[in-house]
Design a protein around this ligand. Structure first.
Ligand SMILES: Cc1cc2nc3c(=O)[nH]c(=O)nc-3n(C[C@H](O)[C@H](O)[C@H](O)COP(=O)(O)OP(=O)(O)OC[C@H]3O[C@@H](n4cnc5c(N)ncnc54)[C@H](O)[C@@H]3O)c2cc1C
Length: 470
């Protein structure tokens, strides 16, 4: 594939020299891994990948693209689930060479990390000053700070620490014309005008290239307890969440998994263990408690014991060591992998107000069963934020193609249920390419008008991630 004929060889040479010899490639073999999404849902093409190593190089690249109307797609760790990072003919800008931790300040509780830093590297850097960056998600070994900011990632600690938006103190980004927005502050309070960094957070790469961020650190909790519970219904799980929060003040994560998901993981994955194998129950809840106060283990045990006595919990196990805690988490984290051997699936990342989770599940189950009788519903997710990954897996024996033909109807119906309960069709993964059409159809026109005004004001030639979001 070549760049559009209207782009002269001298412009291409300028793009290449802006990043230096080690900063570009057009070799199809080297490009291949950057052109496929991890689930293989999206595949793309690009004539050229540019990997700036500094903000100045990124600025030079975008200035050239802006002046010559060259469309770009930005990519970080390529773990996004809605296809926004896979180019469809655009020049690909990768942040893989922008990996420096620029500074850590334990007194300001902040760290400045470049866009290409992997989340686990930020965790490790924070630990060197006995602090923690509290964003935790299953893709943390590959997802980058720039990608996490651009998708406003969530993860398992949102109720306690907020989404990425709440964890960014300051930002540095290259705007589409090559100018640099630089506000790498560690201020907690600053009411001087619009909070411009928030425009770039969750913008999915449509308004600029994030190059670095100042992130909030928090104290490392002195104790952590992970427990796996068996409960009768999602309604009871919601009641339990509030009860455990009130009783302990220490609930850090509260994840819900249905029986079908647990059974599928045990059937299809050899690395997964079921800590409550002897208990038959429709739902599992994984609760992580954390605290710096003494006696967390006793407190959690007392609170869970009372919940058992009150009839809310059928059975429960508290991890006795780190390895056991990891086993509990593995069962939750492997929910997507567990579905793969079963064939085709339709996935959802919905949110509803926490109180409406039971109603959502009841109504969505009924509507889905009426569209594809016998389908296998795997419901799991960050229940303390009302975020359910509601995955509908094809019935055993059905032709995958026949199921895929029904998938758009299924997705529409599940989203209708979420919206009818004042929920969202994308809780944390974003819109990207996969939800774009539906988002535009469902979003109120006043919202779209405002978004277009922002987009055209900042990116008048529409060069940044042109097929994404709006
Ligand atoms: C196993 C697994 C579990 C996951 N769990 C969660 C979860 O719990 N919560 C959650 O929120 N997400 C989750 N995700 C989704 C994903 O990890 C997040 O969306 C993550 O934020 C993407 O980061 P990335 O670096 O891989 O970005 P990419 O996938 O490379 O890009 C994602 C989007 O951000 C844009 N982008 C990337 N870098 C920049 C930049 N520097 N400047 C501007 N735009 C940029 C891209 O153009 C694209 O639109 C999961 C994914 C996987 C594979």
């Amino acid at each position: 594939m070549t760049l559009p004929a209207s782009i002269s060889a001298s412009v291409i040479d300028r793009l290449k020299s802006a990043v230096g010899a080690g900063g570009w490639t057009d070799d199809p073999d080297l490009l291949a891994p950057f052109l496929v999404e991890w689930r293989d849902t999206w595949r793309g093409t690009t004539p050229l990948m540019l990997s700036p190593a500094t903000t100045a190089e990124a600025s030079a690249v975008l200035a050239i693209c802006h002046a010559n109307r060259i469309a770009v797609t930005t990519q970080g760790g390529n773990t996004g689930l809605v296809g926004g990072q896979i180019p469809q003919g655009e020049v690909l800008i990768s942040t893989r060479r922008m990996k420096a931790i620029r500074s850590i300040d334990p007194l300001d509780d902040s760290i400045i990390a470049e866009a290409g830093c992997i989340l686990t590297d930020v965790h490790a850097a924070a630990a060197t000053v006995n602090k923690r960056f509290p964003l935790v998600l299953a893709s943390q070994g590959s997802a980058t700070i720039g990608g996490l900011i651009s998708t406003n990632a969530g993860g398992v600690h949102v109720r306690r620490h907020g989404m990425m938006r709440a964890l960014v103190l300051g930002l540095e980004a290259v705007l589409p014309d090559g100018s640099v927005f630089s506000e790498l502050t560690s201020l907690r309070k600053d009411n001087t005008g619009y909070d411009l960094k928030q425009l770039l957070i969750g913008a999915e790469g449509t308004l600029g290239l994030v190059t670095a961020a100042s992130l909030k650190l928090v104290p490392v909790p002195r104790a952590m307890v992970v427990s796996m519970l068996a409960v009768e219904s999602a309604k009871i799980a919601v009641e339990l969440l509030h009860r455990l929060e009130e009783r302990t003040g220490a609930v850090a994560a509260f994840e819900l998994i249905n029986h079908t998901g647990v059974a599928m993981a045990l059937k299809n994955l050899s690395n997964v263990k079921d800590p409550l194998a002897h208990t038959k129950a429709p739902w599992r809840v994984l609760v992580e408690f954390e605290s710096s106060a003494d006696g967390l283990g006793d407190l959690a045990e007392e609170a869970l014991g009372e919940a058992i006595e009150a009839g809310l919990v059928i059975d429960c196990l508290i991890s006795q060591n780190e390895a056991q805690a990891q086993d509990f988490w593995l069962l939750r984290e492997e929910m997507s992998a567990a579905q793969r051997p079963e064939g085709a699936s339709a996935k959802h990342d919905i949110s509803v107000p926490v109180s409406q989770i039971p109603a959502f599940l009841e109504r969505a189950d009924a509507v889905v069963e009426s569209i594809v009788p016998g389908c296998q519903i795997v419901s799991f997710g960050h229940a303390s934020d009302g975020n359910i990954h509601y995955d509908v897996v094809q019935p055993p024996g059905m032709e995958p193609a026949a199921f895929k033909a029904r998938a758009p109807t299924l997705i529409e119906a599940v989203h209708d249920v979420a919206v009818s309960l004042h929920g969202s069709i994308s809780a944390e993964h974003g819109i990207g390419i996969s939800r774009r059409e539906e988002f535009i159809r469902r979003e109120p026109s006043a919202h779209l008008k405002l978004m277009h005004a922002i987009k055209s004001g900042i990116d008048p030639h529409g060069i940044m991630n042109p097929r994404v979001l709006i």
